[in-house]
Design a protein around this ligand. Structure first.
Ligand SMILES: [Zn+2]
Length: 514
């Protein structure tokens, strides 16, 4: 183990553009990455996302649009990348499974497992769902052999294929989960995974004959076959950093956090660990499993027609608003609900009122009474409200990061809003606008404003993982550099420091904006 970390989102399947549900995963992983970077240092954290571009579903989607698969995925992958850029997702790697570097890496891993005797050929007849791109056993299907996901009858097909030994590693995976209680988080998913691993597992079919599907990575030991899209996609978690840094897999990958949705728990808990072990590689650190973001109580999905485009919310409400809403509303691991009405309520109450008003009041008073200059450093005078403010802001960033470390993004934001609440009450209790009418009380007003400005600085810095644009705007309004921004409460702003005039961060929304 090192003090380096590798963080991944799932590798998004490229047959449709991202929606608010897929954005949630990228935003949670991004908040986690940003929080870890400020604890460990920028260079010690790598954050990877990307697109999964092979397989039959993509070939069909491309065909429906009348274009070659690569041209189709060039377009769809770019839509994901633009969405993540638009939401300020700070990935270090954006991997495409069609990257030549990735393809070579997958072939190396196939060759490794093959040479260790973990890949074998056998004739296979089975029930295959084209939509799922997988074989089913009869007991997994609905009556009349209907796919439970697609509600369509599956096809019986017969063909020779390559299989990866899975059950061989089952005991080892179970033992690993038992020895590392937080390997799969939250707990409910750990228990689900242990249930899946409680019975003997079928080996995984990892090939498709080219006669049926050419759109994939060729097997290094049989040019008549390409590899199964799922097998291919897993390696995207490591292919790019491992190609750049030979020590990556042994030194950094054991500290990897995979952010995934609960629908792919089985593939990640049951198939991915044996894939790694059969290639002679270590396991990752955490599987961080989230629930659905529903839309008016219903699961968001392309087929249900309730898909919301995440970037359109960014455009309509401003930067960070969707980020704030999802990370504040959704409890990681549980299902959450998205609605525009609720987003506007949160915007007005939390962003326009609590955060926006606080920022503009502090900066307006600093400008009005002292021309924007702090005449003293923040300090606790012999005064109860000063001490309460210092207590609320002291260690705020550490408390927030500790919540994020356990995936409690909502609690991290609640901690910041509790501090804001104390800061807003401090304005009411100390009433600097009243004191300022008396010349003799100006030194006390100066102290109050120094404390408030310092509180705003700590809040601005604490917000970075969740609201990076807002964080930057607040710190820019305060004209602080990176070192001062990160200082503990009371040690950031100095006497003589000049801040900028107020500007509205979150103007109130009076009605539906779109
Ligand atoms: Zn299916």
């Amino acid at each position: 183990m090192t003090d380096r970390l590798h963080i991944t989102t799932a590798i998004f399947y490229c047959n449709a553009p991202p929606h608010v549900g897929s954005a949630y995963e990228a935003l949670a992983a991004d908040a986690y990455a940003r929080s870890q970077r400020r604890r460990l240092g920028r260079a010690r954290v790598s954050f990877l996302t990307g697109t999964d571009e092979h397989g039959d579903k993509i070939r069909r989607a491309a065909e429906a649009e009348g274009m070659p698969p690569k041209e189709f995925t060039d377009r769809t992958s770019a839509v994901f990348r633009r969405a993540w850029d638009g939401l300020h997702v700070s990935y270090d790697y954006f991997v495409r499974t069609t990257d030549p570097q990735h393809e070579q890496f997958v072939q190396q891993m196939l060759a490794r497992s093959h040479s260790r005797g973990d890949i074998y050929f056998k004739d296979y007849e089975g029930l295959y769902c084209v939509g799922c791109e997988r074989f089913y056993t009869e007991k997994e299907l609905l009556p009349a052999n209907v796919c439970p996901t697609h509600n369509q009858p599956v096809e019986r097909i017969s063909e020779g294929n390559y299989f990866l030994r899975i059950d061989k590693y089952r005991a080892q995976v179970v033992e690993h989960i038992q020895r590392h209680p937080d390997f799969i988080r939250p707990d409910r998913y750990r228990n689900e995974a242990l249930n899946m691993l409680a019975e003997p597992l079928a080996d995984l079919c990892i090939s498709r004959p080219k006669a049926r599907l050419e759109w994939g990575i060729e097997l290094p030991f049989d040019s008549n076959y390409v590899t199964y899209v799922w097998y291919d996609a897993f390696w995207a978690y490591v292919s790019a950093p491992a190609s750049r840094d030979p020590g990556f897999i042994t030194e950094v990958f054991p500290s990897a956090d995979h952010f995934i949705g609960k629908d792919i728990l089985k593939t990640h808990a049951v198939y991915w660990p044996p894939m790694l072990l059969s290639a002679g590689l270590p396991l990752f650190r955490h599987l961080d499993v989230h629930g659905w973001v529903n839309f008016g109580g219903q699961r968001m999905s392309k087929s249900s027609g309730n898909v919301a485009d995440p970037v359109s919310y960014e455009a309509a409400f401003g930067p960070d608003v969707l980020r704030y809403f999802l990370l504040r509303e959704v409890v990681y691991g549980l299902d959450g609900d998205f609605s525009e009405e609720r987003l506007i309520e949160r915007y007005n109450a939390d962003l326009a009122n609590d955060l926006g008003n606080f920022t503009s009041r502090v900066l307006s008073m600093a400008a009005r009474y002292f021309g924007g200059q702090l005449t003293c450093a923040p300090a606790v005078e012999d005064d109860a409200p000063d001490a309460a403010l210092a207590a609320a802001l002291g260690q705020l960033v550490e408390r927030v990061d500790a919540q994020v470390e356990t995936l409690a993004f909502n609690r991290g934001l609640e901690a910041i809003w509790q501090a804001l609440d104390v800061a807003n009450k401090y304005i009411v209790q100390t009433a600097p606008f009243t004191l300022a009418k008396d010349q003799a009380k100006l030194p006390r007003v100066a102290q109050i404003l120094a404390n408030l400005t310092e509180a705003l600085r700590v809040v601005g810095y604490a917000l970075d993982p969740f609201m990076p644009v807002t964080s930057r705007r607040i710190l820019d309004l305060l004209a602080v550099d990176q070192a001062a921004a990160a200082a503990p409460y009371g040690q950031g702003l100095k006497a003589g420091h000049q801040v900028n005039p107020a500007s509205a961060l979150f103007p109130r929304i009076e009605k539906k904006v779109r």
